[in-house]
Ligand binder design. Sequence first.
Ligand code: UDP
Ligand code: MG
Length: 323
Amino acid sequence: MGTPQLSVVIPVYNEEPGLPALFAQLYPALDALGKSYEVIFVNDGSRDRSAALLREQWQRRPDVTRVVLFAANFGQHMAIVAGFERCRGERVVTLDADLQNPPEEIGKLLAAMDAGYDYVGGVRRSREDSWWRRMASKATNQLRERTTRIRMTDQGCMLRAYSREIAAAVVASREVATYIPALAYTFARNPTEIDVAHAERAAGESKYSLYMLIRLNFDLATGFSLVPLQMFSMFGIIVSALALGAYLVVIVYRVVLAVFEGAFPGPGVLWDRDILAFFLIGTMLFGMGLIGEYVGRIYQQVRDRPRYRVEAVLERGDEADTQ
Ligand code: UDP
Ligand code: MG
């Protein structure tokens, strides 16, 4: 295989129903580019027959196909890191296995790289996902824009191209809970974005539940900035200041009342102490949870466990680094 011009990295998790269609569409699209390429599939511990299908495909096109088989499910982003670790191409393109990112768009990404950009992000113009996924994406994109220095229009789009150097920097980062497009962005010298098409999932279901999406956003928010932590202290300062102000108002009110009527107002005239208590408890819990997010990540990082375990790599035996 030598050094191909292009490496395509595709994470695969329980994609058995869609893989045949992916193979049928991907390879002709890549052949049409007229560039040397390799496709690296990373099977993220699928429980269906995905691994067997990937093996068949590798036997069909061993010249341009490599398969990394994880021993268990380590997540989409770890799968991409494993792909980055082994890719040999000068440029690396990531793609979802469900055909939501049309492989025909890869040419556009490469054209942008030809123009001198080292990081090309895709932006899904018409997104074919459920309305709640689109709403959630909008909100989390805004959150990330405000809290980090990372400027991406569509952080959820995985159709992206990276230079070899950026992919190598991502691998060298050794981060446990991370979000590849954002991490890679921090290493980019000259990033850009282009519009790409987006299709409905070809087959099977989304592998992301609402819970996993929320987790992913904590990875983004805490992994790339300390603003959530700082915002919380700011909020604490504001709440204390308001409480102090309200206290002064109450004192003045009571004094005035006592002077003119010789009586104190009953409790609950100005505020409801229960509501205030609930509000403060909620704020405290949220703050503690937020600190926990950071502490948990520090803990994970400090343990320094292997981020994933590769069971086998399917590739032609003519390479030295087969593990
Ligand atoms: N994926 C993975 N490991 C996981 C979850 C997902 O490798 O634990 C892969 C999945 O096979 C697909 C890509 O990541 O290729 C994106 O997943 P999906 O299409 O389910 O996400 P969505 O498009 O709904 O955001
Ligand atoms: Mg998808």
